[in-house]
Design a protein around this ligand. Structure first.
Ligand code: G3P
Length: 219
């Protein structure tokens, strides 16, 4: 499974790059606003420090302007994936950008029907928002399962990019289902490492080692 980091916070991304876990980045207008930085400069900087796909979202809502914004965003760096919302204009833009061999991440997906449309217009990625479905009492992970099955049935190349991930269980469930990518807030990535028995076991090892009075490295 590929791990994308879901943030526009460059220091957060820089902190996680040495982990070797980051296969890409997703941003959206809310994450850009939260960063307080210029969008173009932020996307260019992220693309220069992360080699994988970096999602940058258009903010226009009608086709011609969406296409113009998408082409501009794609011109910022070769690893930009243009994000478009799952609307008729968004999918029309997706088709046009894909015909220009530009990566497209179709976002704000909340149904299997929407996901089928995105695959049919050749989306590179589809981003179903599991957390927001859970928020309204639906089972976001059931949508992931339906999409993975549909895409396998027809051999669609679109990669399922699980978004709106709120906890480690979302990631595990997505991986068990076989989603291609999860985009993770930094806090979820940091949580993945943690288990109390690891901490307890390491302390016991080190306490016992200390009793030997030995050192591994030769004096
Ligand atoms: O990538 C989409 C993500 O940023 C949305 O997350 O928690 O606002 O639903 P959330």
């Amino acid at each position: 499974m590929k791990f994308f980091i879901d943030t526009a916070d460059i220091p957060e991304i820089e902190k996680l790059i040495p982990s070797g876990l980051i296969d890409g980045v997703t941003t959206n207008p809310s994450l850009i606003a939260k960063s307080g930085k210029d969008m173009g400069e932020t996307i260019k900087t992220i693309c220069s420090i992360v080699s994988g796909p970096v999602s940058a979202e258009v903010t226009a809502t009608e086709y011609n302007k969406m296409l113009e914004e998408g082409e501009y965003l794609a011109s910022l760096a070769q690893n930009v994936a243009v994000k478009v919302p799952l609307t008729p204009a968004g999918l029309q833009t997706c088709k046009a950008l894909r015909e220009k061999d530009i990566m497209v991440n179709v976002t704000l997906c909340f149904s299997a029907a929407q996901a089928l449309l995105a695959a049919k217009v050749g989306a590179t990625f589809i981003s179903p928002f599991v957390g927001r479905l859970d928020d309204i009492g639906e089972k976001g992970m059931d949508l992931i399962s339906d999409i993975v099955i549909m895409y396998e049935n027809y051999g669609f190349d679109t990669e399922v990019l699980v978004a709106s991930v709120r906890n480690t269980q979302h990631l595990i469930d997505a991986a068990v289902i076989g989603a291609h990518v999860s985009t993770l807030p930094p806090k979820v990535i940091h949580e993945l490492y943690k288990h109390p028995l690891t901490d307890k076991g390491l302390k016991a090892f080190l306490d016992d080692w200390a009793k030997t009075g030995q050192q591994i490295l030769p004096k």
